[in-house]
Write a protein that binds this ligand. Structure first.
Ligand code: PLP
Ligand code: ZN
Length: 387
């Protein structure tokens, strides 16, 4: 609502927010939305929030859409922060929580990003949207495009979980399966988009998906009584969730909603595709493309992310880190989380618990700390894992 402009996350160049934008026109890096936070703070108060609905649109002032009439919504956001004391007790933890993003429309947190991105597309009068996806972004785009009366053109690897493919087809999207990775799907969108008149909604190649995902940071702060937990574990692919929350913390501090304290942010990746873990350990600013990427955790199969430097910055500034886990460890954690807490987590969400075990064992996380695991999707999308 109080969006003023877009600025490049690398070179700072200002871009006009009143027209559709993708990457920085000068250096090709992601653009971030900037707001008049003083104006936003005058109405986005703790008191005002207590009277608003629970969807992510409760943070209306710091979301980009200008006119309410352009908002395309399925009730995204407002997911529970579940205390996980039985699961935590197994590791001797005092305060473990699961932020259950599976309770979003299309059962994953990708809904948070697609709601404002599709709304903005609608506001701009765009008609045809395209996305390369490992699965859940596709499901979310299919849903929001249908809801908003727009076309969705979706490119997914041919071994994407069946649930995602069926879901997209049933919601009327144009689905193309490609033998390869999400990066190959992205190349196909890039190759065809001009001729087809598609607007490219790839992760961080369009500035508004991250705006929706940042609301996870706002919700966490509210759910913790306007403080933040000591530690966040987040399963990272393209990185929008991680950098989005990091952005949210800054905005909230500028608006006087929280203080200076930040959680230590830990990224969890799959052993077979861990470009950010590798770059973090090597002390690199950018991540190299991960060769022969392989993991069945489709959301984590992102060998090269355009927002790599933003993730690495957030991990380092927060004093956090990066950890890789195997697919087998994810499966074990799915069962442990399910049996202990009644949450059927996705492999990506379960990876956080596997990562937590290893970070506790290595002394990087203390048993006394407050810890949040993000379950980014429902396990129901991954029945393929069980034969
Ligand atoms: C997309 C996805 C991720 C990775 O999210 P990013 O914010 O792009 O890093 C993690 N888990 C699931 C289930 C996903 O679909
Ligand atoms: Zn730039």
């Amino acid at each position: 609502m109080h969006l003023t402009h877009l600025a490049c996350t690398a070179c700072g160049l200002r871009h006009d927010a009143s027209v559709p934008q993708n990457l920085c026109t000068s250096c090709g890096k992601p653009l971030f939305a900037h707001y008049d936070l003083a104006a936003a703070a005058s109405t986005l108060t703790k008191k005002a929030l207590s009277t608003r609905g629970k969807s992510l649109w409760r943070y209306r002032e710091v979301l980009p859409v200008k006119d309410d009439s352009a908002i395309v919504t399925l009730g995204e956001g407002g997911t529970p922060l579940l205390p996980a004391s039985r699961l935590g007790a197994r590791l001797g933890l005092r305060a473990l929580f699961i932020k259950d993003e599976a309770q979003n429309p299309t059962n994953s947190f990708k809904a948070r990003g697609m709601a404002p991105a599709v709304s903005m597309a609608k506001q701009f009068g765009l008609k045809k949207l395209a996305v390369p996806s490992a699965g859940n972004a596709a499901s979310a785009l299919a849903a929001y495009a249908a809801r908003g009366g727009l076309e969705a053109h979706i490119f997914m690897p041919s071994d994407t979980p069946r649930a995602n493919v069926i879901e997209c087809e049933q919601m009327g999207a144009h689905v193309t399966l490609i033998k390869g990775m999400i990066t190959d799907c992205g190349a196909e969108v890039a190759r065809r988009k001009t001729a087809e008149g598609w607007f490219d909604l790839s992760t961080l190649k369009e500035p508004y998906r991250v705006e929706g995902k940042k609301t996870m940071g706002y919700e966490l702060a509210e759910q913790f009584g306007w403080t933040l937990p000591d530690v966040i574990l987040y399963p990272t692919g393209g990185g929008t969730g991680l950098v989005g929350m990091w952005k949210a913390f800054d905005e909230m501090e500028k608006m006087g909603l929280i203080g200076k304290k930040r959680p230590r942010m830990f990224t969890v990746q799959a052993m077979g595709c861990a470009p950010i873990v590798q770059a973090f350990e090597a002390g690199d600013k950018f991540a190299k493309e991960f060769p022969n990427a392989h993991t069945r955790a489709s959301g984590l199969r992102v060998p090269k992310a355009i927002g790599d430097f933003l993730m690495l910055e957030a991990l380092r500034h927060s004093g956090g880190g990066a950890v890789a886990v195997t697919d087998d460890e994810m499966l074990t954690s799915m069962r442990e989380i399910g049996a202990a807490e009644g949450v059927f987590a996705s492999p990506e969400g379960a990876a956080c618990y596997s990562g937590l075990k290893s970070l506790i064992a290595s002394g990087k996380i203390d048993a006394e700390e407050s810890i949040v695991l993000f379950n980014t999707c429902s396990g129901l999308k991954y029945l393929d894992w069980f034969g």
